[in-house]
Ligand binder design. Structure first.
Ligand SMILES: C[S@@+](CC[C@H](N)C(=O)[O-])C[C@H]1O[C@@H](n2cnc3c(N)ncnc32)[C@H](O)[C@@H]1O
Length: 321
């Protein structure tokens, strides 16, 4: 059996699954690496069958590639840029470094890394979502490249980056230990691994609002319902220490939001990106959701209303030299 081709299918990307297609003369086999399910059919049949099987058998990447998701992530990135820049300064990033942003989505922090490493450095963004990568490439500066791949096991060479970073990837995928192991593999000896992950329990608005509370419960419930961890920030330092990284550092921050701020739609828009999972888990009904979204959005437009975002933990440490 010869592995001839590694194929990334757009639909499989959204499930966070890599399928390796293997050919042997007229016979084809598509073992689904994430679940161990093997389907022996023609290649196209096998892929179609694998999508169906995997949909029911593995935990999905739960945020949907809906219209508006790129804008949602861009607004979030902009609001968190000052604290990310501060983290990069504390990390000690220097001109000339080679950096990797795993799960960069439509851009992640590749723009901030690009500024810091300058023309003599380079930045790679890795993601499994082809649409996000296409968007990212359209505006990328010359020292930034984007590649398709799996955050849990890419084809990038071992020990090839001065800094490997991930933001909001381990929390929704729910596999921080595996992602950390892969990040460490890709980091050069003596290089830095950095993660930023949320704790959604600090999503609180004032004055209190019932629609907000229901949407927050649905958001946290959707994460937990598929094995993701919306409170990963709480144990991120511990997880990083357990991997053997040294000089592990911890910072936390919370962004505050008022009516008129770009992040004001964070909770309603994120719930919209989770709607399939929310309905599937029975956390809210399709009949109830539109009213709750409208009520919450109306509340957040009140001039006196404000809310705090999820807490972000920034953790970084050094790989053994
Ligand atoms: C919440 S978004 C965060 C994007 C970006 N890091 C940021 O902070 O704006 C999570 C990203 O991780 C990517 N992702 C999730 N699981 C992945 C995997 N197994 N391999 C590659 N990318 C993955 C998704 O496609 C998505 O772009």
């Amino acid at each position: 059996m010869i592995v001839e081709e590694t194929h990334f299918d757009a639909e499989l990307y959204t499930l966070g699954i890599r399928v390796r297609v293997q050919h042997e003369k007229s016979e084809s086999m598509a073992p689904c690496l994430s679940s161990g399910v093997a389907v022996q059919l023609s290649i196209m049949d096998a892929l179609a069958r694998a999508v169906t099987v995997l949909r029911s058998e593995v935990s999905k990447y739960l945020l949907e590639s809906r219209d508006g998701e790129i804008e949602r992530l861009a607004i979030q990135s902009a609001a968190m840029a000052p604290e990310t820049i501060r983290m990069l300064e504390l990390v000690g990033i220097e001109p000339g470094w080679t950096c990797l942003d795993i799960g960069c989505g439509p851009g992640g922090i590749t723009d901030l890394l690009s500024d810091k490493v300058g023309a003599s450095g380079s930045v790679t963004g890795l993601d499994m979502n082809a649409g996000f990568l296409e968007h990212a490439r359209a505006t990328a500066p010359p020292n930034v490249a984007f590649v398709a791949g799996d955050a849990c096991g890419s084809d990038l060479p071992t020990g090839s980056f001065d800094l490997v970073h991930m933001r909001f990837v381990a929390s929704p995928t729910g596999d921080v230990e595996r992602l950390l192991a892969e990040a460490i593999r890709l980091t050069r000896p003596g290089g830095i691994v950095a993660l930023q992950e949320p704790d959604g329990t600090s999503l609180n608005c004032y004055p209190p609002n019932l629609a907000w509370d229901k949407l927050k419960a649905a958001l946290l419930g959707a994460f937990k319902g598929v094995g993701a961890d919306p409170e990963l920030a709480k144990r991120l330092y511990h997880a990083a220490r357990q991997t053997g990284l040294s000089e592990v550092q911890l910072r936390t921050f919370i962004v505050g939001v008022r009516a008129g701020d770009p992040l004001v739609d964070y909770l309603p828009s994120t719930v919209e990106s989770l709607r399939s999972t929310i309905f599937k888990l029975g956390l809210l009904s399709p009949a109830d959701l539109p009213g709750l979204l409208a009520e919450c959005r109306n509340h957040l437009q009140q001039p006196d209303a404000s809310f705090t975002m999820f807490t972000v933990a920034q953790v970084w440490g050094r790989k053994a030299p």
